[in-house]
Design a protein around this ligand. Structure first.
Ligand SMILES: Nc1ncnc2c1ncn2[C@@H]1O[C@H](COP(=O)(O)OP(=O)(O)OP(=O)(O)O)[C@@H](O)[C@H]1O
Length: 592
């Protein structure tokens, strides 16, 4: 908890020192004012009982002043730290984004725990705003408690025990919070499943399939089952937490009653004045409120500490950034030989079996290479290795003879471009949705139009405001919903923004098009690729399931059984009469 407090204070101090100083001063004022009001009340009572009118009047003024200070200081402090709290939320969100994207690796994104931890961190970090309030109120409470203890001891030495008893509800409160948090955590898998099912059943993309397959009721039942399981777990956790809290409060309540009996007894025996009784009654009831508040504050602090630790949980999954052995080498201006995979073996970090085993091949400079193979054969994995999202466990990838691991990663990425199956759908203007393919020229209309022309796309011509059209529904002034095929064209345009890439990956970039349209696209694209290849010797890698498209490639790689099964031109592979020839014949027959 101490780490959470210092972490939150450091974070807030960085946001705005002036506002933090004001807030700290006002909270200190609040801390002192509350017990002082009780002390002033004791004097008021004693003076009134002794008939000292003027002194009683001054004591009355002191009571009023302390009471007003207690009320207003906390209020104005809140105004001072509110903005800092909001900035804290922004700052932790930014940290989360930075951590999640802080490595060139991809594996954390592809692990289910990452989605879980991100969802949890995102949810909980929204509440980090209350963390600062908890720290300041907690600090103020600690000072108040200290003063209250001193004053109580002055009223009767035995009353020093009372604040110690206050520790029990605090400890019980921590146990309670831990139980509630554990239950929440245990239910995240169910909550995530329920959320996914909710999205699936309300998403326009799946609506058709769900109706046709008659799945709606089934999915609804599964959604309800997950939700019920999650809710039951959370309820059990909250019940345990409630029992812990009640037990803690009960112990303190017994001490409170005993304290009052003690002081009243003293007064009856004439050892204490009426003012002392008033002081003890007021302080003990203040203490009760302070303890109740302290329990809540402790819970908030534990939660804030946990929220801050969520950042570390996400950070733990994100592997260290790629390191380059030795000084990074700049990628070649022009490819002369090509990209060679030498005995490459690769297994995903979460899997035991390698997806690629001893793959040995050359993607010649300036060529168009098609990769085919059944689902799960490792085609996408191969192109992910070429982009260095992962690194081979054995073997090496050589770019004109230089190990990819020795190349300056940012410089290599700047010379590659790609369209993946799961392309991004950035809800920006049409211009930016394409332009961000080459950030420095993102707003350059000519460059954007060139990108779209290279992708043979006329997608923006059908939009109401051309390049200025806002895509998607997430805009205050309305946006345009575009189809899956149109999003894909934006992704293609984006990939074509960069001039003279050394590697262009098109991983089923035309899956939203029909076979004929894909074939035409690829044929036209191959012309463009030849032009690019003439400039930079760049390699174009095309992943497709459609053999009519594939046949035009300079080199066709057939993947399967964890490696390359066949390799050659279309004619060579047909002559070979192996897997490719058989699959080609099957697809050709289907189209006839
Ligand atoms: N992040 C990952 N973690 C673990 N295993 C993975 C991961 N990504 C893919 N795989 C597994 O690796 C194998 C190859 O996947 P890959 O996506 O490369 O196949 P593919 O040939 O591109 O398939 P498709 O034609 O369906 O796109 C599959 O068995 C897949 O389940």
């Amino acid at each position: 908890m101490l780490k959470a407090i210092t972490g939150l204070l450091r974070l807030s101090w960085r946001q705005d020192r002036r506002k933090m100083t004001v807030a700290l001063a006002l909270m200190a004022g609040n801390a002192v004012a509350v017990p002082l009001a009780a002390l002033a009340l004791k004097h008021l009572t004693d003076n009134a009982a002794a008939g000292r009118v003027q002194a009683a009047a001054w004591s009355g003024v002191a009571v009023a002043a302390a009471a007003i200070a207690a009320l207003t200081c906390a209020h104005f402090a809140h105004i001072a730290y509110f903005e800092v709290s909001e900035l804290n939320v922004l700052s932790t969100d930014e940290q989360l984004i930075a951590i999640s994207n802080g490595t060139a690796h991809l594996d954390h994104h592809e692990r289910p725990e990452h989605a879980d931890r991100m969802a949890l961190a995102q949810d909980e970090l929204q509440r980090i705003g209350e963390g600062l309030q908890a720290v300041l109120t907690g600090g103020s409470l600690a000072v108040s408690l200290l003063l209250t203890t001193v004053l109580l001891t002055l009223a009767h030495p035995a009353l020093v025990v009372l604040p110690l008893l206050a520790a029990l509800p605090l400890l019980a409160g921590r146990r309670a919070q831990a139980a509630a948090d554990r239950a929440r955590e245990d239910s995240t898998v169910d909550t995530r499943q329920a959320r996914h099912l909710f999205e699936l059943t309300t998403d326009a993309a799946s609506a058709k399939e769900l109706r046709l397959l008659g799945l709606v009721e089934h999915l609804q039942q599964r959604y309800a089952a997950h939700w019920r399981r999650a809710t039951a777990r959370i309820w059990r956790g909250e019940l345990t937490a409630g029992l812990w809290r009640a037990a803690g409060q009960a112990v303190f309540a017994c001490g409170y009653v005993a304290a009052l009996v003690l002081v009243v007894g003293d007064a009856v025996r004439g050892h204490a004045g009426v003012g002392d009784v008033v002081l003890a009654v007021v302080l003990a009831s203040q203490l009760n409120q302070q303890v109740t508040a302290a329990v809540t504050i402790t819970q908030q602090l534990v939660r804030s500490g946990r929220s801050l630790r969520r950042l570390d949980d996400v950070r733990d999954l994100v592997r260290a950034p790629h390191t380059t052995p030795g000084a990074p080498v700049a990628p070649p201006a022009r490819l002369l030989e090509g990209i060679r995979l030498r005995h490459v073996t690769f297994a995903y970090p979460s899997a035991a079996e390698p997806v690629l085993h001893d793959v040995d091949l050359l993607l010649p400079a300036g060529s168009t290479v098609a990769i085919v193979g059944e689902n799960g054969a490792g085609k996408t994995t191969l192109v992910k290795l070429l982009n260095r999202f992962y690194e081979p466990d054995q073997g090496e990838i050589l770019v004109d003879g230089v190990d990819l691991r020795h190349l300056d990663l940012d410089a290599w990425r700047a010379r590659t471009t790609a369209v993946f199956q799961d392309y991004a759908r950035p809800e920006l203007t049409a211009r930016l949705a394409v332009g961000i393919g080459d950030l420095p020229r993102a707003k350059d209309d000519t460059a954007v139009r060139t990108g779209l022309a290279r992708a043979h796309s006329t997608v923006t011509e059908h939009l109401p405001y051309g390049l200025d059209t806002r895509l998607g529904r997430g805009h205050a002034d309305g946006g345009v919903d575009v189809s899956g095929g149109q999003w894909q064209q934006f992704a293609l345009g984006r990939a074509m923004m960069r001039d003279a890439p050394l590697l262009m990956v098109l991983d089923e970039p035309a899956s939203a098009l029909d076979a004929e349209a894909e074939h035409r696209l690829f044929a036209r694209y191959a012309d463009g690729a030849a032009r690019v290849a003439a400039d930079s010797g760049g390699v174009t890698v095309f992943v497709s399931h459609r053999f009519s498209t594939v046949r035009a490639a300079d080199l066709i790689i057939v993947m399967g059984d964890g490696g390359v099964r066949e390799m050659g031109t279309h004619d060579e592979l047909i002559r070979l009469d192996g897997v490719y020839a058989a699959l080609y014949a099957t697809q050709a027959a289907a189209y006839r």
